[in-house]
Design a protein around this ligand. Structure first.
Ligand SMILES: [Fe+2]
Length: 199
């Protein structure tokens, strides 16, 4: 009798799925005011973002019914990508479970201008964001403010706000400058009660 190994043919190995604890455990530590989780995605948005409508779409969303709402939101910005819808829904689920949120406040924005040029910290509990196209979020550590870091494209970026109990004011962030002719697609996840979530 021969033993056949379970081999995946024609596909790259499956990426390990992020678990809620991959966000919540490292992020809960005092001294961790930012958590950047680099990721790759297996889809390309191509040039459609530079043709997308400028603007943002905001909604409070239950993870279980997110998919058609996210699809419609992207369509309203002239973006069509089932893979992007799936990725945003996965992130909604992850964020909701990591921070015990029954609903997530979601903002999907397409911008061509730097929205927030000053480095700052938000007056919230926690905020997560992903830049799918264009330049990504910049941040500095306040003990070395002349070194500016930029999150990788597609990374999950978690930022502690002033309302987080273990926030220590070590990191400030800002929106990046956007070169002329480019657009930025950024998706932002907030707790339903921005100011006082429960851990
Ligand atoms: Fe901010």
């Amino acid at each position: 009798m021969s033993i056949v190994e379970n081999v995946r043919i024609g596909k790259s190995p499956a990426k390990p799925m992020l678990r809620p604890c991959d966000l919540s455990v490292p992020f809960s530590k005092a001294g961790t005011d930012i958590l950047v989780i680099p990721r790759s995605v297996d889809f390309a948005l191509g040039s459609q973002i530079n043709r997308a409508s400028l603007g943002d779409y905001r909604m409070r969303i239950e993870p279980a019914i997110a998919s058609p709402l996210v699809r419609d939101a992207l369509n309203s910005l002239s973006i069509e990508s089932p893979s992007l819808v799936d990725d945003i829904c996965t992130s909604i689920n992850l964020f909701a479970k990591a921070f015990q949120q029954p609903r997530v406040d979601l903002r999907i924005e397409v911008t061509a201008e730097q929205a927030c040029p000053k480095f700052h910290c938000d007056n919230v509990f926690v905020r997560m964001l992903t830049t799918y196209a264009g330049p990504a979020t910049e941040y500095i550590y306040l003990d070395h403010p002349s070194s500016i870091y930029q999150a990788p494209i597609n990374a999950l970026v978690l930022l502690k706000g002033h309302r987080h109990p273990s926030h220590q004011e070590t990191v400030h962030h800002r929106s990046p400058e956007i070169p002329a002719g480019q657009r930025r697609l950024c998706v932002i996840y907030n707790c339903e009660k921005w100011l006082g979530a429960v851990l």
